[in-house]
Design a protein around this ligand. Structure first.
Ligand code: UD1
Ligand code: CA
Length: 458
């Protein structure tokens, strides 16, 4: 425990999302919305972090299993933000210090802003400090009401505001620093006689002002940061802003994005310098891409690790695979999960692979399915080759040694092994192992029926 704790409100359903999934679990730039404010609180040094859960509490809780700095507290009925914070008391134990209060639906908040808010709050020895912003369109937010001297008097919700109050452009972000003794001495006294019959956390501001406790507001310039996501249009807007941040950081670290407005890269993806990424690529999960790679347009990469100098051609889909250096894939190839492609492997157009290991310099250039296969180095897989790995019940392995040449249109009926330096002739169906250095050929002898065309015409 430190002298900073965080309370994150995440019990609401998110009615305006019109979704079967609770709002805070909607993904944004590759992570559930709730992860973003949480990471900001963590980075600002809050410990413990109490998460107020309610709707789909078990699903939200599951997200934080194995994260010992997070404690979940149940708000069984959503009676308002003030009631939600009151539910944190037990989980906070005997915490004494500054409580950071955050909403689960503000994914754009930066930890630097929280640190600034904390520093300001402490330097002024305030009881309550509200993070505010001036907005051109404040509709929907609570407004900050000040007196003639600029002192904060109270916060009034949109639905309770008079036309005069509605004209105020300074809004409540829903993010606060509160001293724990003030907070817990007063939270039990909140009432719910307002337009929504809810216990408003914001009423603590008026209480502080009335008690003569110091209640301050710190305004931020970047309104984006405190944007609350209430519906899917705002979700898309927040995702766009996060993408911009992620892409900008990548570009400053040496990655070329041909069109950063159309590059969809998750937070946490690592990309080396001099890699060039063309438009409309989506790069997600725990992907790591090396230096000097070229990713052409319309490529989707998830959960892959890629070395240096790889070339992924247009329209390819790569899932959970490992590519060493100078590997080339596509156009329009599909790497399903579990492949290991060593240096200089070439996977060409309309090739699908699944759970294969392919050795250095091996190639499958066209129209091929390779599944559950172990392929040596410098192997050539001809056009139209198929590993017949599935007998309807079980999957079987194909093993191909170094320097093997597989001709076009070959079926390898697994389990089967082709020894090194062997050659499998075009059109062969391999049903038995091929010894090293042998030629395997299985073809129905060809019959030519002379003058067939003339007979057909009669
Ligand atoms: C709240 C503020 C408003 C502020 C705005 C900023 C109040 C009364 N109003 O309004 O001044 O401008 O945020 O975005 O605080 N929640 C619970 N339990 C509840 C109710 C809410 O956990 O009983 C959670 C929600 O899941 C959400 C957060 O609290 O994460 C905010 O609730 P929401 O209903 O979105 O409040 P706003 O109407 O946006
Ligand atoms: Ca909200």
């Amino acid at each position: 425990m430190t002298d900073i704790a965080a309370i994150v409100l995440a019990a609401g359903k998110g009615t305006r999302m019109k979704s079967g999934l609770v709002k805070v679990l909607h993904p944004i730039a590759g992570r559930p919305m709730i992860d973003w404010p949480l990471e900001a609180a963590r980075a600002a040094g809050a410990l413990p972090i109490v998460m107020i859960v309610g709707h789909q509490a078990d699903e939200v809780r599951k997200r934080f299993e194995g994260q010992p700095d997070i404690r979940c507290a149940l708000q069984a009925e959503q009676l308002g933000t003030g009631h939600a914070v009151a539910c944190a008391a037990e989980a906070l134990g005997g915490f004494s210090g500054t409580a950071l209060i955050l909403c689960g639906d503000t994914p754009l908040l930066r930890s630097a802003t929280l640190s600034k808010l904390l520093a300001f709050h402490r330097s002024q020895a305030a009881s309550v400090t509200v993070l505010t912003a001036c907005m051109d369109n404040p509709h929907g937010y609570g407004r900050v009401v000040r007196d003639g001297e600029g002192r904060v008097l109270r916060i009034v919700e949109q639905k309770d505001a008079t036309p005069e109050e509605q004209a105020v452009r300074e809004i409540n972000s829903g993010i606060y620093c509160m001293e724990s003794d003030f907070l817990f001495a007063n939270i039990g006294s909140l009432g719910n006689s307002n337009a929504q019959n809810e216990f408003y956390l914001t009423d603590l501001v008026a209480m502080a002002a009335e008690q003569g406790a110091s209640c301050l507001a710190m305004a931020i310039d970047d309104c984006d940061e405190i944007m609350g996501v209430n519906d899917r249009a705002q979700l898309a807007e927040a995702a766009r802003i996060l993408r911009r941040r992620i892409n900008r950081e990548l570009m400053l670290s040496g990655v070329s994005l041909v069109d950063p407005d159309h590059s969809y890269i998750d937070q946490g993806v690592v990309i080396g310098p001099d890699t060039v990424i063309h438009p409309n690529c989506s790069i997600t999960g725990r992907t790591i891409i090396g230096n000097g790679c070229l990713i052409e347009s319309g490529v989707s990469i998830s959960g892959c690790r890629m070395g240096d100098g790889c070339h992924i051609k247009a329209g390819s889909v790569l899932e959970d695979s490992e590519l060493f250096n100078s590997v080339s894939v596509g156009p329009m190839a599909h790497l399903r999960p579990g492949n290991v492609l060593k240096d200089r492997v070439k996977i060409g157009n309309f090739v699908e692979t699944k759970k294969i290991v392919m050795g250095e310099g091996s190639k499958a250039s066209h129209l091929t399915y390779l599944g559950d296969a172990e392929i040596g180095r410098d192997v050539n897989i001809g056009c139209g080759t198929i590993t017949c790995n599935y007998d309807g019940v079980n999957k079987h392995r194909t093993v191909i040694g170094d320097n093997v040449f597989i001709g076009s249109d070959v079926q390898l009926v697994a389990p089967v092994t082709v020894g090194q330096n062997a050659l499998v002739a075009a059109g062969t169906t391999v049903t038995r192992d091929v010894p090293a250095e042998a030629l395997a050929i299985s073809r129905v002898p060809q019959v030519n029926k002379e003058r067939w065309w003339r007979r057909k015409k009669k």
